[in-house]
Design a protein around this ligand. Structure first.
Ligand code: G3P
Ligand code: CA
Length: 385
């Protein structure tokens, strides 16, 4: 019997034949047999690389454009990413928008907008006080007056070139982009939405789950083998999504330390270390299709900062029938193991292709990367080796 993992290896290819929404129906028409725009399942499967390895454009192409903008997602797709990854948070009027966090002081120009100065506040987010401006305090119309800025200007000065040029996109706008680019590029692009801080937003009266499901339903993407992975660092909301009717693949995100915030808030439940044990992984396989671990849970670093020896996590997850999509691969020296750095400047690129190759050879099924172009090269080198 095929496991979830072997089924998911063909996800990108299978999805090509099952578009349902208004936009999906248009895609079906445009990709009917004989159509010049028809994506080819075998080609898509091949594009996904040896073993169906996925390149996931983390926050789009965050290494090249301000994160979570349509320009960032589009560039990732054009660079060859299979999936575009949005983090999702709600507005005051309940619209899901693409931001890494509810606090938007570091990723938009809100701090320079006098009309919103009074919205600056302090909230407790997953137990931690955070000061700034929060998406749930803005209507979509208000949020749309803001413009994105680069989160890491000290490291990605080049990206500041684009400060002030792009809106905060809604999830539905990303799905429209996905549809348009899938047709243009002749391959079905995927989306990999993350529900951010589910416990926090449920307490704020803006639960994410029904809203996400409604968008997936409305756009015809809620079906098995859709080009969608839903991800969360919390456990209960992934389980709840299944109960509410989520039919796409889902991924339990893990962390190298701590515990899912829903279990912290409840006062009982597994830590991330518990979830990463063979028993914990078997439990995840009851409601999810894969795990998204910190890459250090797969190959930790030695005390001197060099890359260490792989753990058993890949084998254990595969044994449980789960795919592994670790995060986050970034090309700058600042983020690389000491032995993969080139030169001394934290902003210079190091041997990022080699780092990704090392993880691909360890058996991961895909990777989240800020530089989709590097993921594509690493995957091709793996396939050629
Ligand atoms: O969702 C995978 C990865 O993005 C998790 O980390 O904090 O970048 O959302 P974060
Ligand atoms: Ca994420």
């Amino acid at each position: 019997m095929p496991t979830r993992r072997t089924t998911l290896a063909g996800l990108a290819a299978a999805a090509l034949t099952v578009p349902l929404s208004a936009s999906g129906r248009a895609l079906a028409a445009s990709t009917a047999p004989g159509s010049s725009a028809a994506p080819d399942a075998a080609a898509a499967s091949g594009r996904a690389g040896a073993g169906g390895t996925l390149v996931i454009g983390h926050r789009g192409a965050a290494g090249h454009r301000p994160e979570h903008t349509l320009a960032s997602y589009e560039l990732a797709a054009r660079m060859g990413a299979d999936f575009m990854e949005p983090d999702l948070v709600p507005t005051r009027d309940g619209v899901l928008v693409c931001r890494h966090e509810p606090e938007i002081g570091g990723t938009t120009d809100v701090a320079g907008r006098p009309e919103f100065a009074a919205r600056r506040t302090t909230k407790v987010l997953d137990g931690v006080p955070v000061t700034g401006w929060f998406t749930e305090d803005f209507t979509l119309a208000e949020l749309k007056t803001l413009r994105a800025v680069e989160r890491l200007p000290q490291i990605r000065q080049h990206n500041t070139l684009y400060n002030g040029r792009y809106e905060v996109p809604t999830f539905e706008e990303l799905l429209e982009l996905r549809f348009r680019l899938s047709r243009e590029l002749g391959r079905e692009l995927g989306v990999y939405p993350e529900t951010k801080h589910p416990t926090y937003f449920a307490a704020a009266g803006l639960p994410l789950e029904e809203r996400l499901l409604a968008v997936l339903q409305r756009t015809g993407l809620n079906y098995p083998n859709a080009p969608v992975f839903v991800q969360s660092f919390e456990v209960a909301n992934l389980q709840q999504l299944r109960q509410l009717g989520l039919r796409t693949a889902s991924v339990q995100l893990l962390s190298a330390a701590g515990a899912p915030y829903d279990t912290v808030a409840r006062g009982s439940g597994p830590t991330y270390a518990d979830l990463a044990t063979p028993e914990g992984l078997r439990g995840i396989a009851e409601y999810a299709d894969g795990i998204g671990p910190d890459k250090l849970q797969i190959i930790p670093r030695n005390a001197d900062g060099t890359l260490g020896t792989p753990t058993a996590l890949v084998a254990d997850a595969h044994q449980a029938g789960l795919v592994l999509h670790p995060y986050t691969f970034r090309a700058e020296n600042n983020f690389l193991p000491v032995d993969y750095r080139v030169g001394t400047l934290p902003t210079d690129y190091g041997r990022a292709i080699d780092e990704q190759l090392t993880y691909l050879r360890a058996g991961v099924d895909g990777l989240f990367t800020d530089q989709a172009d590097i993921g594509v090269v690493a995957r091709a080198e793996l396939a050629a080796s």
